[in-house]
Design a protein around this ligand. Structure first.
Ligand code: AMP
Ligand code: MG
Length: 329
């Protein structure tokens, strides 16, 4: 019959069609330096335009969150709060209000180990330049660390610091929040398999097409060595480590996680990895457990249904929370 395909033509056509699908359905990856870290987006899509647009939107969202929460940017919303909130209540966006509320919630959950006012002392460090406060400066600023000085008015959408000298910083949950938002964007773009990471915080969407994603936990003292491999589907994973931002002086490691009780870097453990359903939570819990130390930290994680932990203690030994499947070595 004229116009109809014979079998050979059909095979050729089907082959071309298959080739074009195979040629474009693929994993797409992108890395950008944003929020003082590397944002990595990895996704599966059958259309390069959809993939490109999804990646663009994710990176745009990361820049937006950075403009909101960076204490390094003098015109960010949080910098404005730090400048004015001890003088009068400062009106803030619903998004920042919600994040401050989540930070305060994490303080309550961790018995004060997590505290966004750590920045009252944290601001005196410059890890790249090797600058740290001396004991006198720490003693003078320590009384300003207490999350209860941060007063939120949920109706008026304002924040007020009930003490002078209070500074806040959302660095302990911001990256988790950002990757959680990023995965929301992927989902809205119809993506079903992907991963977004911001430094030590990752959010996984779906599986890796028929297999779990395998996320490695690195040796805190050797970046080339993986000490546990965790198979994950649709989960968040955050690691807090004493190797992320630090300098050493006279054999002492000064790093970026500060005990609200002492004002010094915490040296109870070397790294904490938390797995759970929400990256803002895993991020906050990783920082919290790092401050709480091995015993108290594991007790907290074991009291929470959906979260598990892998901790490398100060001697380098590996510990796991109760509900964990044995990690794959
Ligand atoms: P992470 O990057 O999640 O490991 O958390 C470390 C970051 O959290 C630091 O760079 C600080 O911005 C912030 N941070 C440090 N100490 C504390 C603390 N005790 N409570 C809340 N945030 C903290
Ligand atoms: Mg954290």
């Amino acid at each position: 019959m004229e116009g109809a395909m014979n079998f050979r033509q059909f095979l050729l056509f089907a082959g071309c069609l298959l080739w074009s699908i195979v040629a474009t359905a693929d994993w797409y990856t992108n890395e950008q330096a944003i929020m003082g870290t590397v944002i990595r987006t990895e996704l599966w899509s059958d259309d390069p335009l959809t993939a490109g647009e999804a990646i663009r939107l994710v990176n745009e969202e990361m820049h937006r969150i950075d403009r909101l929460m960076s204490t390094y940017k003098p015109d960010s919303e949080i910098s404005r709060v730090n400048r004015d909130a001890a003088e009068k209540p400062v009106r803030i966006s619903a998004e920042l209000l919600d994040l401050l509320a989540r930070g305060i919630e994490m303080s309550r959950l961790s018995g004060g180990a997590f505290d966004i006012t750590y920045a009252s002392i944290g601001q005196l460090y410059d890890y790249r330049a090797g600058v740290r406060p001396d004991e006198q400066q720490i003693a003078a600023a320590l009384p300003a660390i207490d999350y209860r000085f941060v007063e939120l008015d949920l109706d008026e959408c304002t924040v007020f610091f009930s003490r002078h000298g209070v500074r806040i910083d959302l660095g302990g949950i911001a990256k988790g929040y950002a990757v959680e938002r990023g995965v929301g964007i992927l989902r809205a773009q119809g993506i079903e398999h992907g991963l977004i990471s911001a430094g030590g915080d990752s959010r996984i969407l779906g599986d890796r097409r028929g297999a779990p994603w395998i996320v490695g936990v690195r040796d805190p003292r050797n970046s080339d060595r993986v000490i546990a491999r965790l198979p994950l589907i649709d989960e968040a994973i955050s690691t807090s480590g004493d190797y992320e931002r630090f300098f050493e002086e006279d054999g002492v490691r000064y790093h970026h996680i500060i005990s609200p009780a002492t004002g010094h870097s915490v040296s109870e453990v070397r790294s904490v990895t938390i797995i759970g359903p929400d990256a803002t939570m895993t991020d906050g819990l990783a920082t919290s457990v790092f401050v709480m130390g091995l015993e108290d930290g594991l007790r907290l994680i074991d009291s929470l249904d959906d979260f598990e932990a892998v901790i490398v203690d100060r001697h380098g030994a590996l510990h796991r929370s109760g509900g964990f499947l044995p990690p794959q070595q």
